[in-house]
Write a protein that binds this ligand. Structure first.
Ligand code: GRG
Length: 298
């Protein structure tokens, strides 16, 4: 699988994800129209779709049906989109730019942004719980639980609570890792686990290896996000650059310095790739995605 091939495959999965999101999101002329417009504005036509790409790559590795993976991809992206809407609110990170356009509360209003996030989260669970998923019901329930764990207080929302409490504080490296593993890592890890759980057969060794990969990639994603916040400009990122330092937030760059933060990202990449070693050539796509995540420019 060449990098050229990766580009085509990514474009293909991104288009499938867009189509799946379009099919699940309520039409903008359906009442309540303003809320539905805001949900669509927050979700469609933007973002790298990293979590859907990982879900598809993990699912393809285990022979999962592409239609089921479209739904998993859609669900994790809906949770991600909701988290971005809420994260940008004045009571949280208070940002005005996301994916190169005004944030949802700027384009609409705060109450609509809050409700749009809530409704996107509910829709994510609706998608996974839908009978059309085509997965035996015990495993479908397990998928619902995986998504809930990743999004909840022991996952993404918990990590966000730690993040908000950390503003202006000093933090140990261990505490920073704990925060990042939850805030960003939990959903990325869940995307991979959920994709893999759509396969016809369980293989404990394979699933453990994939989960180890997901943990490393989840943390690596945020280490690189911390680096990009200091190195890239607002136009490239599509969101306000330099936010972490401006808000006096502890990050890998503030704690380790830029050089060691980069070294850590490389170390996590090596660990992630090592965990794929026993999984054969089909794991190549996940390896390529890990490389993409660490070398991304936005
Ligand atoms: C529960 C009230 C309430 C709020 C929750 C959970 C939450 C608010 C915020 C989660 C924190 C968060 C936004 C984590 C993700 C951090 C991150 C690196 C986002 C950027 O992800 P990319 O680069 O973005 O994948 P694109 O735009 O490419 O999809």
């Amino acid at each position: 699988m060449s990098n050229d091939d990766l580009g085509h495959w990514m474009a293909h999965i991104q288009a499938r994800t867009e189509a799946a999101l379009e099919s699940w999101l309520p039409a903008s002329d359906l009442a309540p129209t303003r809320l539905h417009e805001a949900m669509r504005y927050a979700t469609l036509g933007g973002g790298k779709r990293v979590r859907p790409l990982l879900a598809h790559a993990a699912g393809a590795l285990v022979g999962a049906a592409p239609g089921a993976l479209d739904r998993i991809a859609c669900a994790v992206e809906l949770i991600h989109a909701y988290s971005l809407v809420h994260d940008d609110l004045p009571c949280m990170d208070d940002d005005v730019l996301r994916r190169g356009k005004p944030t949802v509360h700027v384009e609409f209003d705060e109450a609509t942004a809050l409700l749009a996030g809530d409704a996107l989260q509910a829709l994510a669970f609706r998608v996974v719980a839908d009978p059309g998923l085509g997965i035996p019901s015990d495993r479908q329930l397990a998928l619902v639980a995986m998504l809930a764990d990743a999004a909840g207080s022991r996952g993404m929302a918990g990590g966000q609570a730690i993040d908000l409490a950390a503003v202006g504080q000093t933090m140990s490296r261990a505490d920073l890792e704990f925060m990042h593993i939850h805030k960003t890592g939990a959903l990325i890890r869940a995307a991979i686990r959920m994709g893999a759980a759509c396969g016809a057969t369980a293989d404990p060794d394979r699933d453990t290896a994939l989960d180890h990969f997901g943990k490393r990639v989840g943390l690596m994603f945020q280490v690189v996000d911390d680096i990009l916040d200091t190195q890239a400009d607002t136009a490239t990122l599509g969101k306000t650059a330099g936010k972490d330092a401006a808000q006096d937030k502890p990050t890998y760059v503030s704690i380790l310095g830029l050089t060691d933060a980069r070294a850590l990202a490389d170390e996590l990449l090596a660990e992630a790739l090592a965990s794929l070693e026993g999984l054969g050539g089909e794991a190549q796509r996940l390896a390529q995605l890990a490389q993409f995540i660490v070398h991304r420019k936005f």
